[in-house]
Design a protein around this ligand. Structure first.
Ligand code: FAD
Length: 458
């Protein structure tokens, strides 16, 4: 419980209207995209400046009150759930795009800018921000940075960390740090900017970011390759890349996902396919034409039974809308869904797919696979029900085995969703203990009173 005197102080810092304590508000800020982790905060505050963030953290630090930073609340690892109560510090009112510098291909933003709004503003100047988590309608840049988010376009463009040139960060004691800069190259001491990228709000609050942006490619084409064996689709991914063709996107949807999407909103996906791969090629028109031809040839030679090149933007948009609907189609079909985020070296995608199917069969579970195959990042999803203990226990065992299989194949626990609350046990079990100790040491140095998003990562 927060003392009334502290509530009064918070109201003085941000103003009364930017402090919420109603029952409804606390409920609304008690969960995130996982939906399975729920804990109400004691209070929600909406700062509008770096100075206000600094004053809030300084007060919380003195009073030893947990603070959970929150952007859009779309993460799927429990990251923005205030698991120890306290203050939710929501950045959605720090949502200004401060500068777009076309000459230097950079932009300066506040953390609460929604990714979609950022890209709309950039598009007006012929620019775009490549990392494209499929939650872009709600995810904020602060959350994108704190999770080092990726998306379909990471095959060619890389993940968020490749686009963060500098950060303004407020530490738990209220100190404001300026990290990095505005240049593409910067090797001045330890790279502390990167320490905050993917730190999941456990080290401080990002209050400003200097981001690299790219010119919008003048041409794009979408190609759908249809497979009668999902593992062959997996093989095509690394074969295409091996032949020197780097599409910006390669996404995989299996038969189950395709059919759920078609039930939800018919998009013309082939319902009898075991899997489809969606490719996008972008760049100058001549290169896109050539690359599209190669993708068609290579997909066929590695087992596609049909390959369609979208005739126009409408058809292409339909396919990508279908892909974006994938998660909704899956999550709507069971009371509880485990959506994994394992990532393997791309050559191991077929082996991972086979292993997932074997594990689902062994535990008699309904499982589907979708994901960013071009990055080796798959989201095998198991449908279960937390209220059916016997079924749920089987699902947990299966998920554990999928993670173990990915690690055995040289992969990692999470490609883009982070550890949060969801994977804490696995994090500690699977990482080098010396690495975990070093991370804990860094956390203790930066946040000795453990007020920043406590209970996360380990
Ligand atoms: C339908 C759907 C599709 C998705 N697709 C993808 C995908 O393709 N790729 C992908 O990578 N992720 C994906 N995600 C996960 C999620 O959307 C991303 O992690 C996103 O970056 C989170 O942004 P957010 O603003 O919602 O952050 P939140 O969920 O609010 O917070 C995420 C984490 O960041 C911290 N945080 C937030 N703001 C700050 C700040 N200013 N300073 C410090 N820490 C902060 C929080 O404490 C929390 O730990 C998807 C989620 C959904 C629901």
């Amino acid at each position: 419980m927060i003392k009334e005197s502290v509530v009064g102080e918070l109201e003085k810092i941000v103003g009364k209207v930017d402090v919420l304590r109603s029952k409804e508000a606390l409920k609304a800020y008690s969960y995130d995209g996982t939906t399975s982790w729920i804990r109400e905060p004691d209070i929600v505050v909406f700062p509008t400046s770096t100075q206000e963030v600094s004053a809030i953290l300084s007060l919380a630090n003195t009073e030893r009150i947990p603070v959970t930073p929150r952007g859009g609340g779309t993460n799927v690892s429990g990251g923005s759930v205030p698991i120890e109560g306290g203050i939710v510090l929501c950045t959605t009112k720090m949502n200004r795009i401060l500068k777009v510098d076309k000459e230097n291909l950079t932009a300066t933003v506040e953390p609460g800018v929604v990714l979609m709004d950022f890209n709309m503003a950039l598009a007006r100047q012929g620019l775009f921000f490549p990392p494209d988590p499929q939650s872009f309608l709600g995810a904020t840049l602060g959350g994108v940075i704190a999770e080092n988010a990726g998306g379909p376009a990471c095959v060619k463009y890389g993940v968020t960390k490749q686009y963060v040139l500098g950060l303004e960060v407020v530490l738990p004691n209220g100190t404001i740090l300026q990290l990095g800069g505005r240049t593409i190259k910067n090797v001045v001491g330890y790279d502390l900017t990167m320490l905050f990228v993917s730190s999941e709000g456990t080290l401080g609050v990002v209050t400003k970011a200097e981001l690299k942006v790219n010119p919008l490619p003048p041409a794009r084409k979408t190609i759908m390759a249809v497979y009668s064996d999902v593992a062959l689709a997996g093989e095509t991914v690394f074969r295409v890349l091996e032949h020197g063709v780097i599409p910006d996107k390669i996404e995989l949807l299996d038969n189950w996902v395709v059919n759920r999407i078609e039930e939800m909103m018919p998009m013309g996906l082939p319902k009898d396919a075991d899997a489809v791969l969606l490719f996008e090629s972008d760049g100058i028109p001549e290169a896109v034409e050539k690359e599209t031809e190669r993708i068609v040839e290579l997909s066929k030679s590695y087992g596609a039974v049909d390959v369609r090149v979208a005739r126009d933007t409408d058809e292409a948009n339909r396919y990508w809308l279908a892909r974006r609907a994938g998660f909704a189609a899956v999550f709507g079909k069971a009371p509880t869904v485990f959506a994994e985020d394992v990532t393997v070296p791309r050559g191991q995608i077929p082996a991972l797919i086979r292993k997932c199917k074997e594990i689902a069969g062994k535990y008699h579970l309904e499982m589907c696979i979708l994901g960013h195959a071009g990055d080796g990042n798959l989201h095998p999803a198991i449908l279960t029900d937390i209220n059916n203990k016997e079924h749920y226990d089987r699902a947990v065992k299966a998920m554990d085995e999928i993670i173990e299989a990915a690690l055995d194949l040289g992969g990692v626990l999470s490609g883009e969703h982070g550890i949060g609350l969801e994977k804490r046990a696995f994090f500690v079990q699977t990482q080098d203990p010396n690495v975990v100790d070093l991370m804990k040491g860094i956390k203790a140095l930066v946040d000795p009173n453990n007020i920043m998003n406590p209970g996360k990562i380990w």
